[in-house]
Write a protein that binds this ligand. Structure first.
Ligand SMILES: C[S@@+](CC[C@H](N)C(=O)[O-])C[C@H]1O[C@@H](n2cnc3c(N)ncnc32)[C@H](O)[C@@H]1O
Length: 273
């Protein structure tokens, strides 16, 4: 993994405001690297960028490919469900801070409901990876999935946020409508914290067989969604069990997972931030 991307995953995601669980950040970066190694080259994009937390990772992981960023930004009257609060100045300054430039970043300040696939194809071309995290209504989710499908390369991946978040049941409903429609192409194949990954069925096995070896210890189990096998990847983070109150219990956990505790502690020292 290149040093800028590694640094962003280790420090940047803790500084840029937004919603991205650290293990999902690593999983997405690895997935993009695997796509590149297997010859999938193309643009990337995100619907709903907020301050750029995930977008920056996508930019670095795709090695500065052409990228689109759709957000209503300060036109918040178009953010019908009040998910996040895009800010174009913070978005741009975060990108410059963590990836040095705005090169190849194409910002579309509009509701994704008003964006046509042709516009994205003219702007950036076909995409290898698209994140959907904009409007969290059923209609928006369904429409964003259809938009992403039309600009995605045949072996590309779409990741969607909040599918399992109890605060946003409309997202799950939109995904269900999309995945049960015979006219649509993308189906789920993997899950990581708060993220669902979709691709065309004929590339599921290839992607999974490439990502599994480097994430074996995070593979929690296989399950089914809409008639497809989905693999669940989990961070295995150390969570102190309820009742861990005595120093002996804390020390036992530190002895069991020394490196994780050390990394966790170092990140909290201002010098290392
Ligand atoms: C949950 S936040 C996105 C978080 C971001 N992906 C991150 O990495 O932290 C949702 C974003 O979607 C934007 N948004 C809401 N409705 C939208 C719509 N219809 N079209 C485009 N963007 C929208 C909001 O302005 C907000 O910035």
């Amino acid at each position: 993994m290149d040093t800028e991307l590694k640094d962003y995953i280790e420090r940047g995601i803790y500084e840029v405001h937004g919603w991205l669980e650290p293990y999902s950040a690593l999983f997405i970066a690895d997935l993009i690297e695997i796509l590149r190694e297997s010859g999938t080259k193309g643009a990337y994009g995100e619907i709903g960028v907020h301050h750029g937390k995930l977008f920056i990772l996508l930019k670095l992981a795709t090695q500065n490919a052409q990228g689109f960023a759709i957000d209503v930004f300060d036109d918040q009257h178009l953010n019908l469900d009040h998910s996040g609060l895009g800010n174009i100045d913070k978005f741009k300054s975060n990108i410059i801070k963590w990836s040095k430039s705005l090169n190849h970043v194409h910002v579309i300040k509009r509701s994704s409901l008003d964006v046509q696939p042709e516009e994205l194809l003219n702007l950036v071309g076909k995409c290898q990876f698209i994140s959907i995290d904009g409007g969290h209504t059923e209609i928006c989710t369904l429409s964003d999935l259809k938009l992403a499908e039309k600009v995605l390369l045949p072996d590309g991946v779409v990741v969607i946020d909040d599918c399992f978040n109890e605060q946003w049941p409309d997202v799950a409903t939109g995904i269900a409508r999309y995945c049960t429609d015979d006219a649509t192409l993308l189906r789920p194949f993997a899950i990581s914290p708060n993220k669902l990954y979709l691709a065309r069925e004929d590339v599921h096995q290839k992607i999974l067989s490439n990502i599994k070896p480097s994430h074996t210890k995070h593979l929690s189990r296989e399950n089914r969604m809409f008639g497809h096998n989905v693999w669940i990847f989990h961070p295995n983070t150390v969570v102190a069990p309820p009742g861990t109150e005595t120093m002996d219990e804390v020390l036992r956990l530190v002895r069991a997972y020394p490196m994780r505790f050390l990394k966790h502690a170092i990140r909290r020292i201002p010098l290392f931030k």
